[in-house]
Design a protein around this ligand. Sequence first.
Ligand code: DX5
Ligand code: ZN
Length: 224
Amino acid sequence: MSAASVRIAPSLLSVDFARLTEQIATIEAGGADWLHVDVMDGCFVPNLTFGAKVIETCARVTKLPLDVHLMVVEPEKYFDSFAAAGARVLTIHAEAAPHLHRQVARIRELGCLAGVALNPATSLESVREIAADLDLLLIMSVNPGFGGQAFIPASVDRIRRARALLDAAGSRAVLEVDGGISRDTITACWRAGADTFVAGNAVFGAADPAAEVRTLRARCAESA
Ligand code: DX5
Ligand code: ZN
């Protein structure tokens, strides 16, 4: 895989909301590829974040594709309004979506890319039958709910096995990793086969978020 295919997706969760427009412009100038938007419902995960209004606001202030990660029960309730608000990717959790095939098909009908996320303890086998229909597979490298958590080291081997699973299925899905991604953890994930990297704290907690986006990308290029 070439380093040119690396995607860096800073997470809105760690943005300074008092400087939303400015901080998004900063990471855009730094070459970020997507803006990751974490939607949490206080039920699937023990935290609450944002909904369609914030997605619509982001769509107005940036041209970056909005990579919306739904950490919610009954995610299908939000597909129409989030697609209308400007989401480019809608990723649902396998643990919260018993009818993955139907839900993935519905996301695509709405014109979005369809992703499925797996928590650290969820078997990769839960997506094998649907792998060829996915636009994105998200491997969680922390337990979802909060930014700034430590990367779970076993995630590297999961990424390797997820890459093999996608290849075996002939799937062209993006392989994204989310949680604890930093200049210290990104290289191992890239080498294991991930191509898309969510980073919240590492980017928006840095003194220079634009430079940090470039550094994260460079860590992949160096190891290609
Ligand atoms: C965690 C979220 C992540 C979070 C990552 O539940 O899904 O997207 O923003 O934050 P960091 O990069 O700080 O671990
Ligand atoms: Zn996320």
